[in-house]
Every structure is written in C-alpha cells, then in structure tokens.
Design a protein around this ligand. Structure first.
Ligand code: NAP
Length: 320
C-alpha cells in the first residue's frame, strides 16, 4: 500500500512516500481503507523525536492517528461492524508503527464510529482526535454546564475551534485567544469574546470582566506564564485541564480546590459516535479544513510547526 513514513527522527524532510505492506488485523480489529487522514501537532512532534519516553516504536513509522474510510475486513470477535460501512476513528496507540497517513489501517473496533452520510470523508477525518480531546476535557473532566464561563486557549487551531463549538453547544460563555485576523473565524465557531493575545493581556482583560473567576480554562499553551495564569483565572472549585503538561505545583490549586490534570485523548468509539451525531445534526460546527494531497504531508508538517494554521489540515489519501 502507498504510505507516508519515516525511518529516523528528524525534520519534515525525513518523511518519504512509498510502498509498505498492508497491515494484518488482530482479533477485535477491523481493516479500514483510508480516504483521508488529519494532521495533528503530535504527528510532527513524534517525527521530530519528542516524547520518546512515552512511546514504543517499530520502524518504519507511518504517522497519523485520525482517519475516515471504509471497512474492508472484520476481525474475529468483532460484533456490530460490517465490510462496506463508512467510518471515522482515532487510531491512537502508545505503540507507533502503522499510522493513518496510508491506504489502510488495522484499528480496534472499539475506536471507530459511523460516518454520518452528510459529512464528507475529508470532514470526517478532521474530527476524531480534536473532538474527543475537547469532549473529554470540557464535558467529562470539567463537567461544563450551561451558563458557565470558559477560556479556550488558541481558539483558531484545530483543538481550539472544536472546543469552542463544543463549549457553545453545552451553553457556556466562551472566551478565546487568537490573533485579530482570526476573530471572525473563532466567532463563527461560537466564541463570545475573542482576545488578541499579541495586542493585550488576556489575563488582565478576563480578570477585569470576570472578577469572581472562570469556571474552566482549557489550557493548550506551553509557556510558564500561561500554565500558572490558568490557575489564577479559575474560581474556587473550577477546572483546568492541561493539554501539554502536568499541572504546576501551586498552593493556589489546593487552596481553591481546583480540579486539574494533564489529559491525553483516549479513543472511545461510543463517545465518538455521539459526537459525530452532533456534527451530523449541525449542532456542533465542523472546523475550517484545508485539504492537501497525501504527497504534501511534509509541507503540512512544516506548516504545523509554524503554529499558525487555522482549523485542521487533512490529507486526501484516496477517492472513495
Ligand atoms: N492532550 C491532548 O490529547 C491534545 C490533543 C490535541 C492537541 N493537543 C495540544 O494542544 C495544542 C493545540 O493543538 P491544535 O491541534 O489546536 O494545534 P494547532 O491547530 O496547530 O494550533 C494552531 C493555532 O494556535 C494558535 N496560536 C499559536 N500561538 C498562540 C498563542 N500564543 N496564543 C493563542 N493562540 C495561539 C494559532 O492562532 P493564531 O494564528 O491566531 O495565533 C493557530 O490557529 C498543541 O500543543 C497540541 O499538541 C493536546
């Protein structure tokens, strides 16, 4: 099968395109012929050799966790899935070898969901990782409720714009950070108040508008100031899910009884099924998507490294 792969850590230049063998399925898995695969920051971080202590590997490595496609084989012990069904999924694993920038993926049946008919394969591939992350952080971990006030950092990105839409669907009042040229975009996703982080202090602005504090901060930035400010910004009993780091060691966390942790996305086919139904019904907005050719994977990684892409980049793998 055609695949994007790398045989050593390095810059985006280590990505090659070529023929690798089709994966075999194990019991409990399905083989999916992939139509499209989304690009996520973790793909290029793993390619660069980051996070090595957390992952095991077998070379060569095909990057990518998000996919949409069609089931072409069903493994032993799988119930409820049939050849020919169009699905989406998060093929996340702590063991790296066969990712989704390829024509086929062997994936646990528990990680897939039906693709609604009114959602294209390109759209379907964009959604699983960011939607599950946002749902698990906002709804499951933070117990976000209607009327609560939340800050979603980096609102113009893939995770940010998806989290804004989900927070809006939950009935929250949404603050977000973005550069001004992305204000129309983040507001179209559902943000109530956008702050240009290059022009003013989002911390000062939010403190002035929310003297009692926010209910939730979805913290996806990595600088020390943002990491500690998230704790300052939430009210007693509030929640701070961190997307990149463990919580800082601050007395304020204990004094204010803040619920906080480093969260990592978790495949969950049933949860994904429920979220896809919301997208299909138009209740949660699909992020802006830039479609690229499979051969442009290295270019997509370079652009992701610039940290200023809007919404999601999705690789078209094959027509379906
Ligand atoms: N723990 C998990 O399971 C998990 C899951 C998904 C993502 N993440 C992490 O969450 C982060 C965001 O992921 P993503 O997929 O949304 O990335 P992304 O799509 O690459 O994010 C790009 C966006 O970040 C914005 N941005 C850059 N610097 C900013 C700053 N200082 N303040 C506010 N916004 C800024 C840019 O907006 P402007 O152009 O307007 O500046 C751009 O639209 C990444 O670090 C990723 O690794 C973690």
């Amino acid at each position: 099968m055609r695949a994007i792969y790398y045989e050593k850590f390095g810059s985006a230049d280590v990505l090659k395109i070529g023929d690798l063998s089709k994966p075999d399925i194990k019991p409990g898995q399905v083989l999916v012929q992939i139509a499209a695969a989304a690009v996520n920051p973790i793909d290029r971080r793993l390619r660069a050799g980051e996070l090595q202590e957390f992952f095991q590997r077998e070379w060569p490595i095909i990057p990518g966790f998000d996919f949409s496609g069609r089931i072409v084989e069903v493994g032993d012990g799988v119930t409820g899935w049939q050849v020919g069904q169009d699905v989406v999924g998060l093929a996340f694993s702590w063991f790296l070898h066969g990712g989704t920038y390829a024509e086929y993926i062997a994936v646990d049946a528990s990680a897939i969901a039906m693709k609604p008919d009114n959602i294209s394969f390109i759209e379907g591939a964009a959604l699983p990782l960011v939607s599950l992350t946002a749902w698990q952080a906002l709804v499951e971990f933070s117990d976000l409720k209607s009327g609560q006030r939340v800050l979603i950092q980096a609102g113009a990105g893939g995770l940010g714009s998806t989290a804004i839409s989900i927070a809006k669907y939950m009935g929250a009042y949404v603050y977000t950070t973005a550069r001004e040229h992305n204000f129309d975009y983040v507001k179209s996703c559902g943000a109530d108040f956008a702050i240009d982080y290059t022009a003013s202090s989002y911390v000062d602005l939010i403190k002035a508008r929310e003297p009692d504090g926010l209910d939730v901060v979805l913290e996806s930035l990595t600088n020390d100031e943002a990491i500690t400010s998230a704790i300052h910004l939430v009210k007693p009993g509030g929640a701070v899910p961190y997307m990149n780091n463990p919580p800082p060691d601050m007395d304020e966390i204990r004094q204010k009884n803040i619920k906080t942790d480093f969260l990592h996305n978790r495949p969950d086919g049933q949860m994904l099924q429920d979220i896809m139904a919301l997208y299909g019904a138009g209740k949660v907005q699909i992020p802006y998507i830039e479609t690229m050719k499979m051969e442009e994977a290295a270019e997509a990684h370079r652009r992701s490294e610039g940290w200023h892409t809007r919404g999601k980049m999705v690789l078209h793998i094959q027509d379906m």
